[in-house]
Design a protein around this ligand. Sequence first.
Ligand code: PAF
Length: 279
Amino acid sequence: MRIYRLAVEMTGFIDNQRKTGQKIGFVPTMGALHQGHISLIRQSKKENDLSICSIFVNPAQFNNPADFQKYPITIENDINLLELAGCDVLFLPSIEEIYPSQFKKEQYDLGYLETILEGKYRPGHFQGVCQVVDRLLSIIDCNTLYLGRKDYQQCRVIEKLLQLKKYNITLHICETIREIDGLAMSSRNVRLSTSERTQAAAIYEAFLYIQKNIKIVPLSDIKQAAESLLTSKGFKVDYIEIANDKLMPLDTWDGKSAIVALIAAYLNEVRLIDNMMIA
Ligand code: PAF
């Protein structure tokens, strides 16, 4: 696997590959890789000639400085996992490479996506995500971008970014990869203690509860019951929401259209998010 740390080198390499008609898949990450990320690399390998992964812990998207400080860094393990998965190139830039002194911050018009759910609880987060993804895409001119459905709102935000900036890039949203007990794989899971790790499966139980009862219990009651389930397992809930596929929260459901349940909750210091298509 090639490793580039400089933006000019990364762009130079991509430009040469594109001249020869190579199809390029790109998986942006913040490292601390797990099988969820690796599934994105595998999907990219299936559909492209060349698969590129970036690892950059983006300070601009952390609204909580302590969360940034504690973000796990496991670069040697990440490189091993990427090599095993057959990733072709790793882009591993410094902060100065991504945000050089002449870097101009943009404001992205994300509409309601910015103020609901994660946007409400993490002000500025999605502007930071757009800032870094926009910058990465200016360096890595890819055909397809791969993102995990676990961060469903982020997927919708980046879809909006691609439209706003008229990128000619296909967005491929890949399924969430789960542990045996249903906990969605996440870089933050390593911060859970053994007992918290056991408790964490309650998020998946809450989704199963919602899925089982969605046709018989009104939405507001179902959300309240799911919250009680999480609270009884030691969670502090930021939100439990049921939304349509555009992520508009719903008060009632017509019993037919696609809906997604979304949860964000703390287990002590660690904030976990997840979502599941319910119908
Ligand atoms: O999902 C992530 O890991 C990050 O938000 C992303 C998309 C790599 C941008 O920093």
